[in-house]
Design a protein around this ligand. Structure first.
Ligand SMILES: Cc1cc2nc3c(=O)[nH]c(=O)nc-3n(C[C@H](O)[C@H](O)[C@H](O)COP(=O)(O)O)c2cc1C
Length: 184
């Protein structure tokens, strides 16, 4: 009944939080990369675990500055998101190449991305798993959401360049009895 998949394909089933962009700023200017390997680890203060490898130019900026912005794109940006993750800020000015506009953030020097539906300003909270797993624990210091945006569907990386586009929302809030305090 079940078809076996190689264990190394786990990411094609589990990666699918929204694909995000990670914007950094450093002595060489603004840069942005694509990131699929991330997860929430704490509500408050909000902590996010992010896998950013030393092969990424962004890794150096993140380590040097201790901060970044996690920007959330919508489906209309799928092509740019994929291309941003297939070239390096070492060779390309990605903001100019992909028509992104940097806006000033309030708690970090890394920029917000105007074209994204949401921007989360983040600072490194814990680096103890970086050496072993390239895993940074980031604390979210500020969140900005574009309320006026018409296209609101996020995309979820299903691996190897395939994306799942957001569909319907199913409202099960009435069953969240144990976690009532989390609901506005
Ligand atoms: C869909 C997609 C998801 C990606 N997810 C990650 C990730 O989670 N972590 C990572 O280190 N690189 C990830 N990458 C690769 C980086 O985005 C890529 O290496 C990029 O060129 C880095 O840019 P930079 O050198 O300017 O930092 C992903 C790429 C794509 C296309």
């Amino acid at each position: 009944m079940f078809k076996e998949l190689p264990a190394k394909k786990a990411y094609t089933l589990l990666e699918s939080g929204p694909i995000v962009l990670v914007a950094t700023s450093g002595p060489r200017g603004h840069n942005v990369m694509t990131m699929g390997f991330h997860m929430m680890v704490q509500h408050e203060p909000a902590l996010v675990a992010c896998m950013i490898g030393p092969w990424d130019h962004s890794y150096t900026a993140l380590r040097e500055t201790g901060e970044c912005v996690i920007s959330i794109p919508t489906v209309d940006l799928a092509e740019q998101v994929t291309r941003i993750g297939n070239c390096s800020g070492q060779d390309v000015d990605k903001f100019a190449t992909f028509g992104l506009h940097a806006l000033p953030a309030s708690t970090v020097d890394a920029p917000l991305i105007k074209e994204c539906i949401a921007n989360l300003e983040c600072k490194i909270a814990d680096t103890t798993m970086v050496e072993r797993y390239n895993l940074f624990i980031l604390e979210v210091s500020k969140i900005w959401v574009d309320q006026s945006r018409h296209e609101r569907r996020l995309i979820h990386h299903a691996g190897d360049g395939a994306f799942i586009v957001d569909g319907d929302t199913v409202d099960m809030r009435r069953h969240m009895t144990k976690w009532r305090y989390l609901i506005d």
